[in-house]
Design a protein around this ligand. Structure first.
Ligand SMILES: Nc1nc2c(ncn2[C@@H]2O[C@H](COP(=O)(O)OP(=O)(O)O)[C@@H](O)[C@H]2O)c(=O)[nH]1
Ligand SMILES: *[C@@H]1O[C@H](CO)[C@@H](O)[C@H](O)[C@H]1NC(C)=O
Ligand SMILES: [Mg+2]
Length: 340
């Protein structure tokens, strides 16, 4: 081990190769509850062991309630981040807006529940999805950064990450990175895509924000219908400035005005993914295929042997989700190579 002037340790082999661990303008971002502490500790340990103990990126923890001293103390002891910050979501970003007809909302929640839709009658889940769609990027603790890496309690990283994905993002000018993509339950978003079409149509030809080259084939059937594909956002590395742009803000505000986050159960995955595949050029979206990642019940496990050995993977490649029936990643890769 060698010491840098800031007191952090850097592996000798990085110095030998002359790779200075320059940190990007980036942070880990976690939204969770106090009750998630022990799942979170396991997750932090896995990220530290596989990556962050060599880079010491900042970490922002947010919650709709104040974090307990116990939570903050235990997490702070586990992370090697230069800064770890704990904050609260603004109540006005975690409430049911006044244009929502709450009787209709609760009626629809009951009916989704009766259809056995997961989180069908959960109001907090709806608030969470709306927050991750339109508010996370504006939180005062997130505002100083350009890139975020989303981490949920209970996820696990199963291979060493021997490079800095944030630096990849910055150097290759990627705007969004994912590991797993998957189909959404139709019953949670019946009116989402019609609302998206309404937004894009309302901008007309002049104001069009559709990228000349894009990955619309990732999300659209040949007849123009939404195929339910989306990036699985429990892992994501993204450019916060994309989600702070005027275009995205107008897009979110339009969707929010429709009330579908509450009347239905729109997820941040489909909301983001549709916007990205229509407005971001194909080469600015990155599939991080070499990251071993598990969010139960699914996981990405790199399948080629050299990668697995070089990265000390502990996952079973037979369990890799990429080629699963519900996975959309083969579709994404075709869309990316086809461009238009
Ligand atoms: N503070 C807080 N975090 C929440 C709440 N609901 C969900 N989350 C967080 O939001 C993320 C997604 O929630 P999760 O339950 O994992 O949803 P799933 O992955 O779709 O099953 C996770 O990071 C959760 O910790 C909530 O009511 N309060
Ligand atoms: C980090 O990124 C944000 C958003 O792009 C920017 O406002 C801020 O100035 C950047 N900070 C540094 C130190 O470059
Ligand atoms: Mg989760």
């Amino acid at each position: 081990m060698s010491h840098l002037s800031n007191g952090h340790h850097v592996r000798d082999d990085q110095l030998v190769r002359g790779v200075e661990p320059v940190r990007q303008n980036a942070t880990f971002l976690t939204l969770c509850r106090n009750e998630d502490l022990y799942d979170m500790l396991r997750t932090v340990q896995s990220i530290e062991d596989r990556f962050n103990s060599r880079y010491h990126y900042d970490w922002v923890f947010l919650n709709d309630k104040p974090f307990t001293e116990e939570f903050k103390e235990a997490i702070t002891a586990m992370v090697s981040s230069e800064h770890v910050r704990f904050g609260q979501v603004r109540p006005e970003h975690w409430s049911v807006p006044d244009w929502i007809d709450q009787q209709a909302m609760f009626r629809n929640m009951e009916s989704l529940k009766s259809l056995d839709v997961i989180y069908g009658d959960s109001l907090s889940y709806r608030k969470m999805c709306r927050w991750f769609s339109g508010f996370f990027q504006w939180h005062e603790l997130v505002l100083p950064y350009k890139y975020y890496w989303r981490v949920e309690p209970g996820v696990e990283y199963s291979c060493d990450i021997n490079y800095d994905p944030f630096t990849e993002m910055a150097e290759k000018k990627y705007r969004y990175g994912f590991v797993i993509s998957i189909l959404e339950y139709y019953m949670t978003i019946p009116s989402l895509f019609p609302s998206v079409v309404e937004f894009f149509t309302s901008r007309g030809h002049e104001g069009s924000i559709v990228a000349r080259e894009n990955t619309h084939r990732f999300i659209l059937e040949d007849d123009g219908a939404y195929n339910l594909c989306h990036f699985w956002t429990n892992f994501e590395i993204g450019d916060l400035d994309l989600f702070r742009s005027e275009e995205y803000t107008e897009y979110f505000n339009h969707l929010d005005s429709k009330g579908g986050f509450f009347y239905e159960r729109w997820g941040d995955g489909p909301v983001r993914s549709i916007f990205i595949s229509l407005t971001v050029p194909p080469h600015e979206i990155k599939w991080f295929q070499d990251i071993g990642y598990e969010h139960p019940p699914y996981q990405r496990c790199p399948c080629d042997s050299p990668t697995r050995l070089a990265s000390r993977c502990s996952c079973d490649p037979k369990l890799d989700f990429t080629a699963h029936d519900y996975s959309c990643t083969p579709r994404f890769l075709r869309a990316q190579s086809q461009g238009r």
